[in-house]
Design a protein around this ligand. Structure first.
Ligand SMILES: Nc1ncnc2c1ncn2[C@@H]1O[C@H](COP(=O)(O)OP(=O)(O)OP(=O)(O)O)[C@@H](O)[C@H]1O
Length: 270
């Protein structure tokens, strides 16, 4: 179902409109609106508990907003189940990578191809020639992606033998194998070393350009946010506080206050 509300930007890969989310009496998101321009990298930042991951969960179909509209590449997705989102061109990574630890790294990455491999469980189990050909293609792309992220050496290892940082790389490869147009990254730099963050910045820039992606990234690492993003949306207590460049956000007194608290912010500026 393709719909337009008339309020989304025409070149937006993602339009979030007045999204609210409540759990019982708790308001987690309160009327949040923003657009992610096609081909850009948008940062979603804010203090702990601001609602960033909850908003990602609404966009990826893991949570259903209490109110509001979310358009992914022009399609209203609010009542779309999470497993359908890959077919609409959306892929995401998680704050805590969700991998099959008993499966190999390559098998984990291959899960990303299920949204576009033809047929279904029946043709996969019969291993029809067309299915086998597509599977070989998916496997070659998965290995290329692992190579690009410096993980080719780990392809046949069980995922649980890899560090947390490397799990994040595997998850990114799995997301990319689903051929997304919109990629959501939830705290990709958390737990990574300085060198790993630098490599991640390079990889995200490269894949964004090569795969013509729109990227939305939640991150506390301001170095990564400044290096990668064109714009940021700042959330605080579930509401949008401001939107601008990373530099504008970092010098905005409302943002400084949200991170440090009012008194500490006043001390900082004294
Ligand atoms: N399923 C849920 N049930 C009840 N409350 C929830 C649920 N999911 C999130 N919350 C609450 O929503 C608020 C926002 O949490 P969320 O994880 O989205 O924030 P965040 O900005 O991503 O924080 P962080 O930067 O620490 O990851 C928190 O108070 C959290 O406890």
């Amino acid at each position: 179902m393709t719909t337009t509300t008339g309020t989304e930007a025409p070149d937006a890969a993602l339009s979030v409109r007045d999204v609210s989310l409540r759990f019982g009496g708790i308001t987690v998101l309160d009327g949040v609106s923003f657009d992610a321009p096609r081909g850009g990298i948008l940062g979603l930042v804010g203090p702990n508990g601001a609602g960033k991951t909850s908003l990602f969960n609404c966009i990826s179909g893991h949570y259903q907003p209490t109110a509001g509209s979310i358009l992914v590449n022009g399609t209203e997705t609010v009542r779309t189940r999470a497993w359908r989102m890959a077919q609409l061109g959306l892929a995401r990574t998680f704050q805590h990578p969700a991998l099959r630890l008993d499966a190999t790294v390559l098998e984990n990455v291959m899960l990303g191809a299920h949204s576009w491999l033809p047929g279904g469980p029946v043709s996969w189990s019969l291993r029809l020639p067309a299915t086998r050909r597509q599977e070989r293609e998916a496997r070659a792309t998965a290995l290329e992606l692992l190579d690009r992220t410096g993980l080719a050496w780990a392809a046949s290892m069980p995922a649980d033998e890899l560090s947390h940082g490397l799990h994040k790389g595997v998850e990114l490869c799995r997301a990319l194998l689903s051929r997304p147009r919109l990629l959501l990254l939830d705290e990709p730099a958390a737990g990574l070393s300085h060198g790993e963050v630098e490599a991640l910045i390079g990889t995200v820039r490269e894949v964004r350009r090569e795969f013509e992606l729109t990227v939305v990234v939640v991150e506390h690492h301001m170095g990564l946010i400044s290096a990668l993003t064109d714009r940021v949306v700042v959330l605080d207590h579930g509401a949008k506080l401001m939107e601008g460049t990373a530099a504008e956000a970092q010098s905005d007194s409302r943002v400084v206050e949200a991170y440090l608290g009012k008194e500490a912010a006043a001390d900082e500026s004294a």
